[in-house]
Design a protein around this ligand. Structure first.
Ligand code: CDP
Length: 225
């Protein structure tokens, strides 16, 4: 079994790249952000304050997140309900970033994520995959891009979906999310020591995918020696 970990900040293009690579290599793609988003949706629906540590810890045992693949696409279920189409909003993303800082939330997902890597070749993306979830991954990538480029990508993505948005606000949101994800106490976003840094600011999706696949083949060749 092989595993590839891709970590990086919001809007770096992780999921697009990861999907492309997983398809090319025949790996299962695991989007861990979707799991944090599903939990965030639960708390939003309950009207819980994303910083209320006690309340969040108390409610975590009531939450079950499961993953299924339908036509090769990851679907995330929250207590049996397929919420995949409800979790891609900025509101859920912001709440996910807040609640992902809570130990109870991270504990609830850690084992599920590790178990997924046991039975298949997987490519997992998130914030702490190389540093925490899969410390022995065969290849670790830290994918980033400048704040300006990431904000513009997010803006274009939302526009394409017909969502009204303001570029400056998205840029501010990304900066806040970076700060939140990088400075939290538990499993903060940071480049693993043995991760390959890829700055996608001036690269196309194909170029990034080729760079990662090239790195993976080099790892595989090394291992075969
Ligand atoms: O799509 P985007 O990069 O904006 O975010 P995402 O990957 O869907 O993740 C949403 C939030 O979940 C992030 O801001 C992180 O705070 C959190 N997350 C995490 O803490 N650990 C992970 N492995 C994945 C996501």
């Amino acid at each position: 079994m092989y595993s590839i970990a891709i970590d990086g900040p919001a809007g770096a293009g992780k999921s697009t790249i990861a999907k492309t690579i997983a398809k090319k290599l025949g790996f299962v793609y695991v989007d861990t952000g979707a799991m944090y988003r599903a939990i965030a949706l639960y708390f939003l629906r309950k009207g819980v304050d994303g910083k209320d540590k006690e309340k969040i810890a108390e409610l975590c045992p009531d939450i079950q997140v499961t993953i299924e693949y339908i036509d090769g696409e990851q679907q995330v279920f929250l207590n049996g309900e397929n919420v995949s189409h409800l979790i891609r909003t900025e509101e859920v993303g912001t709440m996910a970033s807040l609640t992902a800082a809570q130990p109870a939330v991270r504990e609830a997902l850690l084992q599920l994520q590790r178990d997924m890597a046991k039975n298949a070749d997987i490519l997992m993306d998130g914030r702490d995959i190389g540093t925490n979830v899969l410390p022995n991954a065969d290849l670790k990538i830290y994918l980033t891009a400048s704040v300006t480029v990431r904000a513009k990508r997010r803006f274009d993505e939302l526009k394409a979906k017909g969502v009204e948005c303001v570029l400056a606000e998205i840029e501010q949101d990304i900066e806040e999310r970076d700060h939140q994800d990088m400075t939290r106490e538990i499993a903060p976003l940071k480049q693993a020591e043995d991760a390959v840094l890829v700055d996608s600011s001036d690269m196309t999706i194909e170029e990034v995918a080729d760079a990662v696949i090239g790195a993976f083949y080099r790892v595989k060749e090394e291992a075969a020696k």
